[in-house]
Ligand binder design. Structure first.
Ligand SMILES: Nc1ncnc2c1ncn2[C@@H]1O[C@H](COP(=O)(O)OP(=O)(O)O)[C@@H](O)[C@H]1O
Ligand SMILES: [Mg+2]
Length: 340
């Protein structure tokens, strides 16, 4: 049985449309008018236990709505969804024991005025988590997320980064099988992001937790997930391995050698014999680009170092970010490209 299975999943929001002014308000009272917004349109998903899936898409694509349908917060307008064999909306209570979800730091489920430690202990009691297990979970969160530093502080006093970490700790108290994270890293500084990613990797690889992660920040996804699902305008554009996307569409690698005496010798002479690479002078740097499956950065670098007086070196890799941007700009169709 898959952990999550959805078929033809749809969600239509109904929003009142009101003409401006008092006239509009009165008309809305007499004859209310609505517009329908299809936020999720025929989504099919099958996620196995233990998978970590990145759910990516531009603003308004339908990511949060999908997560809310999977967690049972929203009822689908059409299609079916099963989570661990249950209907997550109809069987919300049973479902809630097996899952956890975080929706960013500003929609905290923690008690605002209680010290974090007490909020967590309350969760432990509600879910009847054995003390030893509770301590173990807390220790993991202390080790990697560093929450022990602010367990005694009321949640209202925590910084945004601390609150996200507190939120995640609280989500894990009851040992969920599935963890949904909706944009967990928005507004976090780099160091906290790193901790969060390390933590998620650990949960996934160490504990085999099923993770569904939405993010704008593609490095989050690359760090944690093996599988990528892209959604745009309520529909799924791509569902497959992240590695495959990277291997097929993000092969370009660019090395930038900053040198003491730029312009000499001719760029193509510097890289002669390195294989299929392109080189050009750009300001005080020799820029060499190549397909990383056809040439090796180490070989290119060794040769350039021999021929030039290099003072600095940068490497840019076309990330998944670039691929996703090309897909959303309509310059790359993964489905077309997928066909042999
Ligand atoms: N409660 C709501 N009522 C009406 N429309 C909504 C509501 N929530 C989201 N939407 C609309 O549904 C679409 C998808 O939103 P959402 O799932 O939040 O996308 P994402 O998380 O990918 O940014 C957007 O057009 C958004 O404006
Ligand atoms: Mg969202």
């Amino acid at each position: 049985m898959p952990a999550i299975e959805a078929s033809g999943l749809c969600k239509v929001y109904r929003r009142p449309v009101r003409a401006p002014g008092i006239g509009g308000a009165l008309r809305q009272l007499v004859r209310p008018r609505h517009e329908d917004i299809t936020a999720v349109d025929g989504v099919d998903l099958r996620i196995e236990a233990g998978e970590a899936v990145g759910y990516v898409g531009p603003n308004g694509a339908g990511k949060s709505t999908t997560i809310k349908l999977l967690t049972g917060i929203l009822r689908p307008s059409g299609g079916t969804v099963r989570v661990l064999g249950r209907d997550p909306h109809r069987e919300r209570l049973a479902n809630a024991r097996d899952i956890a979800a975080t929706f960013g730091a500003n929609r905290s489920q923690l008690h605002w005025d209680l010290p974090l430690r007490e909020s967590l202990a309350l969760q432990r009691d509600i879910y009847g988590v054995p003390e030893a297990r509770y301590r173990e979970n807390l220790r993991l969160c202390a080790d990697i997320l560093g929450v022990d530093a602010f367990l005694g502080a009321p949640v209202r006093q925590l910084s945004q980064g601390q609150r996200v970490r507190a939120e995640l700790t609280s989500a894990l108290v009851h040992d969920p099988k599935i963890l949904y994270l909706d944009e967990p890293t928005v507004g976090l500084d780099v160091a906290v992001k790193e901790r969060l990613r390390a933590f998620l990797r650990d949960l996934h690889r160490g504990r085999g937790m099923t993770i569904v992660l939405t993010s704008h920040d593609l490095p989050d996804i690359e760090d944690v997930c093996e599988r990528l699902i892209m959604i745009d305008r309520a529909r799924i554009l791509y569902d497959g391995s992240l590695r495959e996307v990277r291997d097929r569409f993000a092969r370009e690698r660019v090395l930038r050698f900053q040198v003491r005496r730029p312009g000499e010798p001719a760029a193509e002479d510097v890289v002669a014999g390195c294989g299929p690479v392109a080189a050009r002078w750009e300001g005080d740097a020799l820029v060499v680009s190549f397909d990383r499956t056809l040439a090796a950065a180490a070989g290119v670098t060794a040769q350039v170092l021999q021929k030039l007086d290099v003072v600095d070196l940068h490497m840019d890799e076309a990330g998944i970010e670039d691929v996703v941007r090309r897909v959303y700009e309509g310059r790359l169709d993964l489905r077309e490209a997928e066909r042999p």
